[in-house]
Design a protein around this ligand. Structure first.
Ligand code: GLY
Length: 414
């Protein structure tokens, strides 16, 4: 009962604040209502078989294991494979996709292919240069440990967690995401919304070691971010700069979004996914309610086909590219949210919304079937920087496969 009233309060608060501060265009609002009626139209097994076929093509070409697939340019067929580098946050996704395929098929072939591309990443466990050691190591070694139980991989992950917490500033209450040298526009403690995903490694490390310090930092980071990183309508800023000595806010900006006060689609998806995950790990209902509000804001910004423009400010501007990666991250986060909820109406609401997104991602408009070696087309990495515009991105594929797997597990338990 208490839970339901908290949720109702959260909805009421959301509607009032949302109504006051931000008018979403009518088409988007109608869409938000429609998608809560959606049913799954794809065959999950067949879609995962399609992913496996695509992977067979790309593993044959990715044979230099010191490189990793990152993007496929529009009009190209094969992955661009930059050298693995500590500054590239994307190195862990392709091994992570291969581990997921091993999980789906139980075929030893995928385990061997995953291992070949996971083990070269070990030196990055010492990465203290930025926060993405979580993405880099948890998506690769995290899956490796989950699926093999090999203690060597556990040690790599614990070292990675130590590197991540070395960036925590207790005066601010968050992990520092980026270095000032690489991002000189900001002079002090920079935290970006994407950082929420890196917390999963810390929750894991506390469970594994019995040492609460990792989890305490993760919870503090999530609380501080909840307090300072969001507008009244639960939309997220991309970048918040804090005074490193006092924790006071210096600036709230964007880097990859359209404008400081706009809503960068992938940032909102990271927030949705991140707070659902933090609720899973803490069972603290304030995080659940927050995840619900963030999810509602994401869904309210979607166009008719459920795949966001790269920034919600640009919804409906046909010349602007979409971001299928944001859609895939959100779909996976919504399945998790649905799974965690006890209230059956809300459970159905977020499962239907995620179904609507994956129905659309699997359709010819977004599927890479017959076009290139990825799973999905039409993602946007960093439009303001002129990078990765309307391309295939490896993390779109990672979260798409995760979403399909999560949906499959839910199907078997429904
Ligand atoms: N974490 C970087 C990005 O979402 O582009």
């Amino acid at each position: 009962m208490r839970f339901i009233s908290i949720v109702i309060c959260a909805f009421t608060l959301f509607s009032c604040q949302f109504g006051k501060e931000n008018q979403v265009d009518t088409q988007s609002t109608q869409n938000a209502n429609q998608i809560f009626q959606e049913e799954l139209k794809i065959n999950l097994e067949k879609e995962m078989e399609y992913c496996e076929e695509q992977l067979k093509k790309s593993v044959a070409l990715n044979i230099d294991y010191t490189t990793h697939p990152r993007l496929i340019e529009k009009g190209e067929q094969h992955w661009k494979m930059p050298k693995n580098d500590v500054l590239l946050w994307t190195v862990g996704f392709y091994p992570g996709i291969l581990w997921q395929m091993y999980d789906v098929t139980k075929n030893e072939y995928w385990k061997q292919e995953a291992l070949k591309r996971t083990l070269p990443l070990e030196p990055y466990k010492f990465n203290k240069e930025h926060h993405d050691v979580g993405f880099m190591m948890y998506c690769s070694y995290g899956q490796a440990y989950r699926l093999t139980g090999n203690k060597d991989y556990r040690d790599v992950l614990i070292e990675s967690a130590n590197s991540l917490i070395s960036r925590f500033n207790p005066k601010v209450g968050t992990i520092k995401s980026w270095s000032n040298e690489l991002h000189p526009q900001w002079k002090q403690h920079i935290t970006i919304i994407d950082n929420m995903l890196n917390l999963e490694l810390l929750f894991w490390a506390s469970k594994e070691t019995g040492d609460a310090k990792y989890r305490d930092i993760a919870v503090k980071h999530a609380e501080t971010t909840m307090q300072h990183h969001f507008r009244d309508d639960f939309s997220s800023y991309h970048v918040v700069e804090y005074d490193e000595n006092t924790g006071k806010i210096r600036n709230k900006n964007t880097s990859q979004g359209f404008a400081d006060e706009s809503v960068w689609a992938r940032g909102q998806a990271w927030a949705l996914y991140g707070y659902a995950m933090v609720y899973r790990e803490t069972k603290n209902e304030q995080f659940l309610n927050f995840a619900i509000n963030v999810a509602e804001r994401f869904l309210a910004g979607l166009p008719q086909d459920c795949i966001p423009y790269w920034d919600f400010e640009l919804t409906g501007k046909k010349e602007e590219p979409r971001d299928a990666s944001a859609a895939a991250i959100a779909a996976s986060g919504l399945f998790e949210l649905s799974d965690l909820l006890k209230d059956s109406k809300l459970k159905k609401r977020y499962c239907a919304a995620a179904d609507a997104i994956i129905n659309s991602l699997a359709s010819p408009a977004y599927s890479a079937r017959g076009v290139n070696d990825a799973f999905l087309l039409h993602s946007t990495g960093a439009k303001p920087q002129g990078n990765e515009i309307d391309v295939a991105l490896v993390y779109a594929d990672y979260y798409y496969l995760e979403a399909l797997r999560r949906r499959k597990t839910m199907e078997s338990s429904m």
